[in-house]
Design a protein around this ligand. Structure first.
Ligand SMILES: O=C[C@H](O)[C@H](O)[C@H](O)COP(=O)(O)O
Length: 260
């Protein structure tokens, strides 16, 4: 059955997710990390399409409340990060990816758990629509680097980020008075930096991480094996570690490893 029609951005998210699952989640993969955001439901969707037999012996670890619910709602086996020290593969979304596969993540305040699972995974892959495909971080994603901080320390961290050249703001709730509180009970600061600093994201990641009170930084540097971007013309751009870029013309309606 052909894929159901979706608005362009949603269709692009679905294409990236389906392509990444088809390439990176094989029948022998038993421990799988599920990231966060609005692209990841399509990852779970494609995994379910691989069939009940393929998924019977698998365990799925979530990066937060949202992905935990996705795993449960899909009828997949839920695992806890306490039970494992490695994953076969983890697929996650991204807010922006640069030409070296460095990424900004944490638009949904999930970067701490996402980075823990990325560290655990033998293969960590990102999925996103064409708007996230960039060359320098901060070009498309203007709201800044998400930084998770201990609530007690937030004012001091804001001041330190300003001294470092950043423009930080405390992320406020949309349907809640006061700041956003992460799944870990922390606050989130979003900080923009001048392009010169954004061009060296690994250095910036280390500098921010060293601020007392910072729990995790939404810069993911040197972690990804590949990033998949769904395009408006129904193709998928795959950028792999080492700089190889591949255009995937189309994504099949059913996953190649589908089982009964
Ligand atoms: O905290 C949220 C995560 O880092 C998401 O993976 C990221 O914000 C991308 O989300 P989306 O797929 O909705 O663009």
């Amino acid at each position: 059955m052909p894929l159901s029609p979706l608005p362009p951005v949603e269709a692009a998210k679905r294409l990236s997710a389906y392509a990444a699952v088809d390439r990176h989640i094989a029948l022998e993969h038993k421990l799988i990390g599920i990231g966060s955001g609005s692209t990841v439901p399509y990852v779970v969707d494609r995994i379910v399409q691989q069939g009940a037999a393929a998924n019977a012996g698998r365990t799925f670890l979530p990066t937060g409340f949202q992905s935990k619910q996705l795993i449960i709602d899909a009828g997949l086996n839920l695992g806890d990060v306490d039970q494992y020290t490695r994953l076969d593969v983890c697929i996650d979304g991204a807010d922006e990816v640069d030409s070296d596969l460095n990424a900004i993540k944490g638009g949904g305040a999930c970067q701490l758990r996402e980075k823990v699972l990325a560290d655990m995974a033998d293969t960590w892959v990102m999925v996103a629509d064409y708007r996230k495909n960039s060359t320098v971080l901060g070009t498309n994603w203007k709201q800044g680097i998400p930084i998770e901080v201990a609530p007690f320390a937030y004012a001091q961290v804001l001041a330190t980020l300003v001294k470092m050249g950043g423009t930080p703001t405390l992320r406020m709730g949309k349907a809640k008075a006061g700041p956003v509180v992460s799944d870990n009970g922390m606050f989130i600061i979003d900080a923009t930096f001048p392009e010169a600093q954004m061009k060296a994201p690994a250095k910036l990641n280390t500098e921010i991480k060293l601020i007392t009170g910072v729990v995790e930084v939404g810069l993911f540097c040197g972690m990804a094996k590949a990033a998949y971007f769904g395009n408006e013309d129904a193709s998928v751009t795959c950028r792999a570690v080492g700089g190889k870029v591949e255009q995937i013309a189309s994504v099949p309606d059913v996953p190649p490893v589908a089982s009964a």
